[in-house]
Design a binder for this molecule. Structure first.
Ligand SMILES: [Zn+2]
Length: 141
């Protein structure tokens, strides 16, 4: 076998540091527990999300670095469940590679959003409180 002649394997450049602001750590820990996985190589922070968004997940093509940015104005006024849905939604994009899903399903004769991955949270929060276990399962599967 030829010795490695000085080329550096790309793996050695992967930065797996995780930078998660304290505000989000409880929700990230819940996500790790619910989905039985570790959240690595991601930054989650407050920042400018633009006018129409409360959060977003940025995936970079060039590096394994991922970033979730959350709007502080929304966060400060949000309930625990609103915060959880937002963090789980963005982790769904960034960690689980999920796209938006705006379909509805029937549960107990009611039409409810199928997924936390709905592109907006209208109608989602009421259902989330009732069907939390269902939504967690749907997200991680
Ligand atoms: Zn989204």
């Amino acid at each position: 076998m030829l010795p490695n002649c000085g080329t550096v394997k790309q793996d050695e450049h992967i930065d797996v540091r995780t930078k998660i602001s304290k505000a989000f750590s409880e929700h990230v820990a819940n996500f790790e527990h619910i989905c039985d996985m570790k959240v690595n190589a991601i930054t989650i922070k407050f920042g400018n999300t633009g006018k129409s968004r409360i959060g977003y997940c940025r995936l970079s093509i060039d590096t394994p670095e991922k970033e979730i940015v959350i709007q502080r104005d929304y966060w400060d006024k949000a309930s625990y469940n609103e915060r959880e849905v937002l963090v789980f939604h963005e982790l769904g994009h960034c960690i689980l590679d999920r796209d938006h899903d705006n379909t509805f399903i029937i549960k107990d004769n009611k039409s409810i959003p199928k997924s936390i991955m709905k592109s907006n949270n209208i109608g989602l929060l009421v259902s989330y409180e009732t069907y939390k276990t269902y939504y967690h399962k749907e997200l991680c599967e």
